[in-house]
Write a protein that binds this ligand. Structure first.
Ligand code: HEM
Length: 364
């Protein structure tokens, strides 16, 4: 597909698919011609679906909490959570990396940042799974079915956070929800729909993605015993190996944009308002950008992958995701000196083409 110009029109979905690094990078970088507001007629209430100038105002409200400096202050706490999770399965001699480790870790971290009880995590998981599934552009479901599924899950999550917000209005603290309640755009506080969509975004954007980053990295290391041996011997290589895992098995495979005007891309004419799906998973395997792209090279340099997106919407949570994954993998390798897949296990991928992850990773 990349060799054929990296662009293809899918008649059935009525959308353009882009696969080459150059085209994917170009579209994500060009917010003036490619809008993030892909659904609905009204103004987007969620940061991720906003265009400038609103996007900049809203992103500014939470960016402080996600700077490298703010995130680095959480190192001790994240190390403690990782250690607690590993302690809990220590005596079993086996564990499921997803269920016991990479799923709960980011949920606990973001729940603490938002100031909501981490023991509600089964609820968060359910909502987050249903929302991610409803955003899959290639799921085979009709647009109406996807919209309905999305509204149902979002409705339940909104009711939950509506209560949290009211409670925090009465008793403000130093958590992110209280921070959002104090925030202003011009002279105005955020209205309830904006508050709710921020909570939803922070909860959903960072959980399954980080779970899959840690899980995908573990699978990739297990498949490459030489690399795994190097990581045991040189743990300082772990951050680079995680970047390579982000490239090699990108947790988010694709993003959607809408053409604002007629535009020519890769020799094809895209008309105003047509939908474009950029496949970062494919762009990250583009040989013209990454020599030996289908090989996992733990210390690959340079490694300008697109797994966190590109341009003004570049993942706000990237410093947090990178820190959580580094701490998680470092702790896992320190604790399990001979990590192996459990015998006879056949790994199963999570459904859908929009995210890349595994249902479960049993190891001994
Ligand atoms: C945006 C990926 C973790 C919060 C994005 C985008 C990508 C992405 C590709 C760009 C969306 C677009 O351009 O339309 C990932 C991956 C993660 C991860 C692969 C883990 C490995 C997190 C975490 C958080 C987070 C931990 C926060 C707790 C956000 C937010 C945005 C975003 C708020 C929207 C930014 C904007 O629109 O300006 N993420 N993400 N992400 N991510 Fe992440």
């Amino acid at each position: 597909m990349r060799a054929r110009g990296g662009i293809h029109y899918d008649e059935e979905r009525g959308a353009w698919d882009l696969f080459s690094y150059e085209l994917v990078h170009g579209v994500l970088s060009d917010y003036k011609r490619f809008s993030s507001q892909t659904s609905g007629d009204g103004e987007a209430v969620s940061l991720i679906g906003m265009d400038p100038p609103r996007h900049k105002q809203y992103r500014g409200l939470v960016s402080q909490a996600f700077t490298q400096k703010s995130i680095d202050m959480q190192v001790d706490r994240i190390e403690a959570i990782a250690a607690e999770l590993l302690d809990a399965v220590e005596d079993q001699g086996s564990m499921d990396i997803i269920r016991d480790f990479s799923y709960p870790l980011p949920v606990i971290v973001i729940a603490e940042m938002l100031g909501v009880p981490a023991h509600d995590r089964e609820l968060f998981k359910d909502w987050s799974d249903r929302l991610v599934a409803s955003a899959d552009p290639a799921s085979g479901q009709t647009a109406e079915e996807l919209t309905m599924a999305k509204h149902q899950a979002a409705g339940e999550l909104y009711r939950y956070f509506g209560q949290v917000i009211e409670e925090r209005r009465r008793n403000p603290g130093s958590d992110l929800v209280s921070e959002l309640l104090r925030a202003k755009i011009g002279d105005e506080h955020l209205d309830m729909p904006s508050l709710l969509s921020f909570c939803l975004l922070l909860l959903v954007a960072g959980n399954e993605t980080t779970t899959n980053l840690i899980g995908n990295a573990a699978v990739t290391f297990l498949e490459n015993p030489e690399s795994l041996a190097r990581l045991y011997a040189e743990p300082e290589l772990i951050p680079a190996a995680l970047e390579e895992s982000l490239r090699f098995r990108s947790p988010i495979q694709s993003l959607s944009r809408r053409a604002i005007e007629d535009v020519e891309l890769g020799g094809k004419l895209i008309k105003a308002n047509e939908e474009i799906v950029v496949w970062m998973g494919a762009a990250n395997r583009d040989e013209s950008k990454f020599p030996q792209a289908d090989l996992f090279i733990p210390d690959r340099k340079p490694n300008q992958h697109l797994a966190f997106g590109q341009g003004i919407h570049f993942c706000l949570g990237a410093p947090l995701a990178r820190l959580e994954a580094r701490i998680a993998v470092t702790a896992l390798l320190k604790r399990c000196r001979n990590l192996q897949l459990a015998e006879g296990v056949k790994l199963e991928r999570t459904p859908g083409s929009f995210v890349f992850g595994y249902e479960s990773i049993p190891v001994t």
